[in-house]
Design a protein around this ligand. Structure first.
Ligand SMILES: Cc1cc2nc3c(=O)[nH]c(=O)nc-3n(C[C@H](O)[C@H](O)[C@H](O)COP(=O)(O)OP(=O)(O)OC[C@H]3O[C@@H](n4cnc5c(N)ncnc54)[C@H](O)[C@@H]3O)c2cc1C
Length: 435
């Protein structure tokens, strides 16, 4: 390990070192990494050196930017942390951004907004931009502009053989990385397209969860009527009794409909009107919103904590399936999110993302002790489900779940490319594609 310290610019940690525990920790506090060695990468060159070092010793390799998406904890492995690689630049004339591996969305959202532009970021500004994008990236504007992965121009990646490669549309590695994600190497930087959005009509309609089934049913009917300018989700959130939670929903279980619209105020108000008729509302926050505050529409917790989560694509839902979902989620005290898809996601792009034609993605998050209950929800919804969602599996995942995230022929091609680019499966602490 002493050699490694000399070869890389960034710090190197082994168990027992001051800083080892801080460096291996991230947003997810359950099942954390306990690697044999950590390289705190400061550049693509550090990443390349670390990968060559590990490959020469048959050490498996894990990567961590923020720890939001930890699935398999790294043991007896080399962990590359990327949070020091936090550089990015916006090209306002081209409408693009170059983003390094450790950048969180907030930095890009704030900088792009100065030019009236926005990235296709998600609900939480503290999620890592690169890994979010590699997993598809179902964002605030997904129905209007499509998946984040569909707006990537270039990826810079170091593969398991220690080679640094720049890939773009037409390359098989580019295709595999966008969907198959961290199975194929460490992405050190990416060039993405930004979109011309500075403001939204956004906010949340909140109802008591005692009418959650009515809310979800009305939402399901409503989503079949809305144009692509409207991206939305229905949710059930058990709010804690804490002073920072708005009084009308504090300490209550709440059913919500979250709206992010790029249509004008009058159009948005007209489209949303039927939702306001569902029942008595606890809170209605729909208003003009700078894109920099889009995360206020959602209720993602800002603090690191222990959680288990899973996500599945659905082709629809009937009333009894909704009741089963809400009942089981209630028993698990889970946060439920049903995101409406379709719109600009449809069609094809040069990447391996699965389930483009799904109507919804259902996301469930609870404490790790509720894992069996959450997995039971998916068993109950099997007739409506088309497969799992790579970005929303938080916790250990089985081979069948990963396989189900793709069409059968896509998984076959991914598996063949894994055998080409990572035959020893060095990148295995992830939603693993078996070579
Ligand atoms: C609160 C919350 C809100 C979220 N909201 C959304 C949302 O709105 N839409 C959405 O699509 N997803 C969302 N996600 C899911 C999120 O996009 C994924 O979990 C993503 O993988 C997190 O990336 P990270 O870098 O922050 O986390 P990390 O845990 O650091 O990384 C996640 C995975 O990616 C790998 N990885 C990290 N960096 C690289 C790299 N440079 N090269 C290769 N592999 C790498 C890691 O090895 C790990 O397996 C959310 C997650 C949370 C916890």
């Amino acid at each position: 390990m002493n050699t490694l310290s000399v070869l890389v610019e960034g710090p190197v940690f082994v168990p027992g070192d001051a800083g080892y525990d801080t460096e291996r920790s991230g947003f997810q506090l359950a099942g954390q990494h306990r690697p044999a060695v950590i390289v705190g990468a400061t550049s693509a060159s550090d990443v390349r050196t670390a990968i060559r070092f590990a490959a020469a010793r048959d050490l498996p390799i894990a990567v961590q930017a923020t720890g939001h998406g930890l699935t398999a904890p790294a043991q007896d492995a080399l962990l590359i942390t990327t949070h020091r690689m936090s550089g990015f630049r916006i090209d306002p004339a081209a409408g693009t951004a170059w983003i390094e591996a450790g950048v969180r969305w907030k930095a890009v959202v704030d900088a792009a907004a100065e030019h009236g532009l926005a990235p296709l970021s998600g609900s939480s500004p503290s999620v890592g931009a690169v890994s979010y994008t590699l997993g598809g990236g179902i964002g605030v504007l997904v129905r209007s502009y499509g998946l984040a992965a569909d707006h990537v121009r270039t990826l810079e990646v170091v593969t398991a053989d220690g080679e640094m490669r720049q890939v773009s549309a037409g390359s098989d590695l580019f295709w595999a990385l966008l969907g198959g994600g961290n199975n194929f190497g460490v992405v050190t930087g990416m060039e993405i397209e930004l979109v011309p959005v500075s403001h939204l009509f956004g906010g949340t309609l909140s109802f008591d969860a005692s009418i959650a089934t009515e809310v979800f049913q009305a939402y399901d009917q409503w989503t079949s009527t809305v144009p692509n300018e409207i991206t939305s989700s229905a949710a059930v959130v058990p709010f804690p009794d804490l002073p920072m939670i708005p009084e009308p929903v504090r300490g209550r279980e709440v059913a919500q409909i979250r709206i992010a619209s790029i249509a004008d105020k009058a159009t948005t108000e007209r489209l949303v009107a039927p939702l306001r008729e569902i029942g008595p509302m606890l809170m209605d926050t729909l208003d003009a919103l700078p894109f920099t505050q889009a995360s206020s529409i959602f209720t993602d917790p800002p603090q690191p904590h222990e959680y288990y989560g899973t996500g599945i694509f659905l082709n629809g839902l009937n009333k009894s399936a909704m009741q089963a979902l809400l009942e089981l989620a209630g028993k698990a005290s889970a946060v439920v999110q049903l995101n409406h898809l379709g719109g600009a996601i449809a069609g094809s792009a040069p990447n391996a993302i699965g389930h483009r034609d799904a109507r919804y993605v259902l996301r469930l998050v609870s404490d790790p002790g509720s894992r069996a209950l959450l997995d039971g929800v998916f068993a109950a919804l099997a007739p409506f489900a088309s497969g799992h969602a790579m970005n929303f599996m938080f916790g250990p995942t089985g081979a069948d779940q990963v396989r189900s995230a793709f069409a059968a022929d896509t998984y076959k091609r991914l598996s063949a490319l894994k055998a080409t680019y990572d035959p020893a499966n060095l990148f295995r602490f992830n939603n693993n594609i078996i070579p």
